[in-house]
Unconditional design. Sequence first.
Length: 106
Amino acid sequence: MLVRLHCRATQDITMLRDQAQYLLGIVGKRIGARGAIAYSELPEAISKLEAAIRADGQPAKQGGTASRHASVAAGGAPGVLAQRAYPLLDMMREALRQHADILWGV
């Protein structure tokens, strides 16, 4: 199943539901019939997603491979989170610049 993310500041993004659920989960959101990342939530959401990308790109540490396991569970190989997350991250950054919300299920 596909999820379409809509923002008046950018073009829509369409992604697989599992991928959207994983990425939105990182920023503290859940996929439902409808949802939103409000403009006021964007700075924190951007920070969380950037931190997850940085953590995924780090070499595995002894006993600290949780981010790599999460990335693989989301359907990617270790270090691939950045490739999957950048369209959403770009959308969030532009939404922040233009004071817009990001919506799905509309």
